[in-house]
Design a protein around this ligand. Structure first.
Ligand SMILES: [Fe+2]
Length: 416
């Protein structure tokens, strides 16, 4: 399914929405620029160490939650590296299995693919008990001040993403951008509401971690709510080794890319973000680009997480001696929105095709259904079945009434 999008109509509607707010937005932006510049200096001084990290064992020792001092840094930066989530030897074995599956099928079918999503080893990682614990800890960084959101952070749902195996010298860099939609952030009423404080000229009060509206946000291009985008490293990676760069100042950078098109005449209609692509070119969004920093060195089995609003890029340089490889596995909580996605994803998983979001993005068909030795329902553990909508979640005795209600609703959506 590819949605036809009327960019012109969307822009006209946005302009109408923001009519009369020029002064408030401009004044707010004038306060934001020096705040971003200050962050830029702090980030430059610290380098990759600016990105918060913790050991998986610290999470376990803290009752399955991210340690408090790290939480503070994640709320400020919008990202986190959890070290040693899966044993490195185990991950290297998974990578080997992924490569065997990928390359042998390409050779057999004569079909080249950009990424694969249905290797058995990918499923093994997605349902790995430690990774599930890490996803839950990440989901808990979000909160619901209304107390009314229908979501359950400790019952995660899975997004069957792909993987990247990048050999030294291989292209594969990406300019700064944000995922989870584009112009819909200004255009869709429900999406715009998430940034109400920014539109009121009070970006300082914007809380990026409120789940309340996100768990109901129905977007055409990103149908599952990902609290954090994420990947498990399948190799060593670090500066100049073809890895990710993040803009670790979540509140400021979000306000910056939201306000800039509204206050900067250089961002003409043609340069506005589109439906699902939100490129942040250096000449139009300089401060975002100046704040980007490479993540600290990671080893196989480390889990890198970044907020769904966080700008990021991928290094064009890969001077390492080995591959730079990742398995994309985001953290997503249980909610009705995500349960609906699982219904569609169950079908694509059984077919071996790319997950529903990817079908929206690419008109060309995936060739993975032609591949042999794909993952199937038989490869799912009990936990894996729940994560992917093949078995119902159960509420525990100590779950509150709201949680029990959400579990029942999601199970009903999934047909249980
Ligand atoms: Fe991205």
């Amino acid at each position: 399914m590819v949605v036809k999008w009327d960019q012109k109509a969307a822009l006209a509607s946005i302009k109408e929405t923001f009519t009369g707010k020029d002064d408030i937005l401009k004044q707010s932006f004038e306060r934001l620029v020096p705040a971003m510049e200050k962050k830029r200096e702090e980030i430059k001084a610290a380098g990759p160490n600016y990105i918060p990290t913790c050991e998986f064992q610290d999470v376990i020792d803290n009752n399955g939650r991210i340690p408090d001092d790290v939480v503070k840094r994640v709320r400020d930066t919008g990202c986190l590296v959890i070290k040693n989530v899966i044993d490195d030897e185990e991950v290297l074995q998974y990578k080997k299995e992924i490569q065997e599956y990928w390359y042998s099928n390409e050779e057999r079918t004569g079909k080249k693919v950009r990424s694969i999503q249905n290797a058995k080893a990918l499923v093994k990682m997605r349902q790995h008990p430690n990774l599930v614990k890490a996803m839950i800890a990440a989901n808990y960084l979000w909160h619901d001040p209304s107390g009314k959101a229908d979501w359950v952070p400790d019952k995660p749902m899975m997004y069957n993403d792909g993987c990247r195996i990048r050999l030294p010298g291989n292209p594969g860099g990406m300019d700064a951008h944000v995922d989870s939609g584009g112009i819909d952030r200004w255009f869709l009423d429900d999406y715009r509401q998430i940034y109400d404080k920014v539109w009121e000229g009070k970006w300082e009060e914007h809380d990026p971690f409120i789940a309340t509206q996100r768990v109901e946000l129905d977007q055409a291009s990103n149908q599952l709510f990902r609290a954090f985008q994420g990947w498990v490293s399948m190799s060593e990676a670090g500066q100049e080794k073809g890895t990710i760069r993040l803009c670790p100042t979540i509140r400021e950078q979000t306000a910056y890319y939201l306000l800039k098109p509204l206050v900067d005449p250089e961002i003409t209609d043609k340069r506005w973000p589109y439906l699902q692509s939100m490129g942040l070119r250096e000449e139009l969004y300089p401060l975002i680009n100046e704040c980007l920093v490479t993540i600290p060195d990671v080893q196989p089995g480390d889990y890198v997480l970044w907020h769904c609003d966080l700008s990021h890029s991928v290094e064009y340089t890969h001077n390492g001696e080995k591959d730079s490889s990742v398995a994309y596995i985001p953290a997503a909580p249980m909610c009705s929105l995500n349960a609906k996605y699982l219904v569609a994803q169950r079908r694509t998983f059984l077919e071996g095709s790319s997950c529903p979001d990817f079908q929206f993005r690419h008109e060309d068909p995936t060739f993975e259904p032609l591949f042999e030795n794909r993952a199937s329902e038989e490869d799912l553990t009990e936990v894996g079945k729940q994560l992917m909508g093949f078995a119902p979640y159960t509420a525990d005795d100590n779950d509150d009434e709201r949680t029990k209600d959400v579990v029942a609703k999601c199970n009903a959506i999934l047909g249980f």
